[in-house]
Design a protein around this ligand. Structure first.
Ligand code: ATP
Ligand code: IP8
Length: 268
């Protein structure tokens, strides 16, 4: 996609916007702050354009774990579960969209369940022209971790990171920012004394033992899957820089959007 503006993908992690230990607990005051910071960054940098994503946290992940949706959907009980996971993911999406709208942001939601079909979680088809049109008109597309219909598994879960993987070569962002509650990727998790400053493409095997599951309820692989998927993104788009950082402190999202070197850098 040709654009003169600087495109950034930003994920608001489920760990940041919900309490992943307790079902249905959105952190509304955090969302209000994050939305204001996004708005402030866009006002300070008119060349910045955004695709926002958000995780499912204590909404979709709880129902998805109950029904085993990630591994596939076959029985009628599992299909009812699929619809329940969709409802949970959508409920959080509505809370997030409300916070973004309250901050005056021109957002539009593009849920994967409505625009994508996968094959064993690899995107086979996904409507991206509508997202491109939204960007061309200075609107902010919002994607989310969601359920998707899958040609092999029946149904499954597509994380926000999986969707960034699909969108990156098509929309050509300069940077991907993943905000969570940890200040970066710890090299000694769970002791959490030392962060990786930088993770390179070929480091995965060496650093994999330091990566673990989410501290909360999670079906999409925690930090292990997050880093591995983001290295896949860099392999396909070697000029991209990706940062995994904390959105907990005030102004952390605004600073990251304006170019601060926060957290752990993943690069080629
Ligand atoms: N080496 C590590 N460094 C940092 N966090 C780690 C590490 N290993 C495991 N974790 C855990 O992984 C979590 C991040 O994964 P998680 O999937 O919860 O992120 P998220 O994207 O915020 O959530 P969601 O999938 O709901 O959007 C951290 O909050 C921490 O609990
Ligand atoms: C559990 C669901 C519905 C989506 C998971 O997406 P993620 O929170 O981005 O990992």
């Amino acid at each position: 996609m040709q654009t003169t503006r600087r495109l950034v993908f930003l994920k608001l992690g489920g760990s940041l916007i919900t309490d992943k230990a307790t079902a249905h607990t959105a952190r509304r005051e955090v969302l209000t702050r994050l939305a204001r910071e996004i708005s402030a960054a866009l006002q300070k940098d008119p060349d910045l354009s955004l695709v926002l994503g958000h995780g499912s946290g204590s909404f979709g992940h709880f129902a998805a774990q109950k029904y085993g949706t990630y591994t596939g959907v076959h029985t009628s009980l599992e299909w009812r579960g699929f619809a329940e996971v969709w409802k949970e993911a959508r409920a959080l999406n509505e809370i997030v969209m409300d916070a973004l709208v309250q901050a005056g942001l021109p957002v539009m939601a593009f849920p994967a369940s409505a625009i994508a079909i996968t094959s064993k979680r690899a995107v086979l088809r996904c409507e991206t022209e509508t997202l491109q049109k939204a960007l061309q008109h200075d609107l902010i597309p919002v994607i989310q971790g969601d359920v998707v219909f899958d040609t092999i598994l029946g149904g499954t879960i597509l994380s926000t990171e999986d969707q960034f993987f699909h969108l990156a070569p098509r929309l050509e962002p300069q940077r991907i920012l993943l905000a969570g509650v940890e200040p970066g990727v710890w090299s000694d998790y769970p002791a959490c004394k030392q962060l990786f400053d930088r993770i390179h493409l070929n480091d995965y095997t060496k650093i994999a033992p330091a990566l673990g599951a989410s501290a909360g309820v999670d079906v999409t692989g925690g930090m292990t899957q997050k880093v591995s998927r983001m290295l896949d993104v860099i392999r396909a788009n070697p000029r991209l820089e990706i940062r995994i950082f904390s959105g907990v402190e005030s102004n952390s999202i605004e600073r990251a959007l304006l170019g601060a070197e926060s957290g752990t850098l993943l690069s080629a």
